[in-house]
Design a protein around this ligand. Structure first.
Ligand code: AMP
Length: 120
């Protein structure tokens, strides 16, 4: 990850959201994971699932329970919203070439339209 992508926990926007320092309309929130709406939605449903704990990216995950936490929450959220009927996409952009712009691990949950493959 480049120096530009590095950020301290105190200035990390997703840390501040997850800790409730910046008011947002949470789709889901508990002590370890939150689900919020993406500020620039790329689909009719575009949610972000993020661990409260600051982890820079998927490449930095050392505790495998993180995957259960965020993927499990994403699938539960999708089911709860009935998105499983027509389908949804889960994306974790990782690092510069992976297209990650916010250096706090997050999973995009997208639904409500057809998605093409391969991704751009
Ligand atoms: P990525 O490019 O994979 O790192 O995704 C970052 C996502 O966070 C983008 O889709 C942004 O639109 C979204 N985003 C950035 N800041 C905020 C914010 N304050 N609230 C909600 N979504 C945000």
């Amino acid at each position: 990850m480049s120096t530009d992508m590095a950020s301290t926990v105190s200035e990390c926007i997703f840390c501040r959201i997850a800790k409730g320092e910046i008011p947002v309309d949470f789709v889901y929130r508990d002590e370890s994971v939150v689900v919020i709406r993406d500020a620039a939605p790329q689909a009719p449903v575009h949610l972000l699932v993020l661990p409260v704990r600051h982890i820079v990216s998927a490449a930095e995950v050392s505790d495998p329970n993180i995957w259960t936490l965020i993927m499990g929450r994403a699938v539960e959220t999708a089911r709860g919203m009935g998105l499983d009927e027509r389908g949804f996409r889960m994306v974790i952009n990782t690092g510069e070439q992976g297209g990650q712009t916010v250096p706090h691990l997050h999973l995009h949950l997208l639904s409500g339209r057809n998605f093409s493959w391969p991704p751009g």
